[in-house]
Design a protein around this ligand. Sequence first.
Ligand SMILES: [Zn+2]
Length: 341
Amino acid sequence: MSQTSRVAVLVAPRHIEVREEHIGPPPPGAIQVRVRAALTDGTDLKTYRRGHPKMPFPTRFGHEFSGDVTAVGTGVTDFAIDEGVMCVHTAPCGRCAWCARGQEELCEHIMPTMLLGAYADTIEVPRTVVERNCFHKPEHLSYREAAFLEPLSCVVHSLEFLQPQGIVAVIGDGAFGIMHGLIVRERGAVPLLIGRRPERLEIARGYGLEVVDARAVDPVTAVRERTGGIGADAVIECTGTREAWEAAPAFVRRGGTVSFFGGLPTGTNVTFAAERLHYDEIRLISPFHFTPRDVRAAYELLAQRRLDLLPLITQTYRLGDIAEAFARLDAGEGVKACIEP
Ligand SMILES: [Zn+2]
């Protein structure tokens, strides 16, 4: 049985084509999913602007999604046709040196095998993901909410690494910054969200998060004042810019922790004052990706509705209008767009 599916392909910077392709039956262990909601993220926007070393043009893209099962490969017993599913786009192999050490986020197979192409009518989810990082979508959860599983897994992992306590400065008012603020609060610590985009700061305020508007005040001074002059217990960098990485240690108190969540392009070097790091005993950490345990924790947060992430979706488009969606994000509008094919 052969069918066609539309898929968005990035053929050059700022140039998306929606192509038709034939899809055959899924291989053993895999499932085919009709995409019902796919969310844009910062990596997609960066790839749209300048390409990505791991995704040479032309490339399909998009990896935050949920949908309904339309076909199952032989051997699949956990999922059936017409069931709603939510998953992430990677799974560790369980056999490499890093998996053996329990550091599954560093699995050698994660980057080469990651699933891309969620901006499509249909996506094929490989066996490894079906077996380890795929869940039934609860009836009460919308497809849009379920599509947050992947970004939320990243945030859960980040905060497993950090173990936030006290006052935590979060640099960045994008979706990852705001999600960090929400989970930091969920963990009982006090987030201070630092940003400069009015629309995004308003969304953060709508969640009841305390914000520092970096256009109005010097954010380092503001964080010092808020922390009795000593600085935050931890700071989390969520912008993925070199400037913010280098500025981050200034927000933290003596003995505090700086967590670099937002990755920088390959080849980037950063510079810190050694004196500050050493004599003030600043700990630097840089969490990457997530493990199946983090994905399950993120699933539980969503399934139990302990967070409402829908305000982070500021635009919705049909697949045929995806070029417009990215043109607007590129122009700085909104936070996340949802593509509903
Ligand atoms: Zn592995």
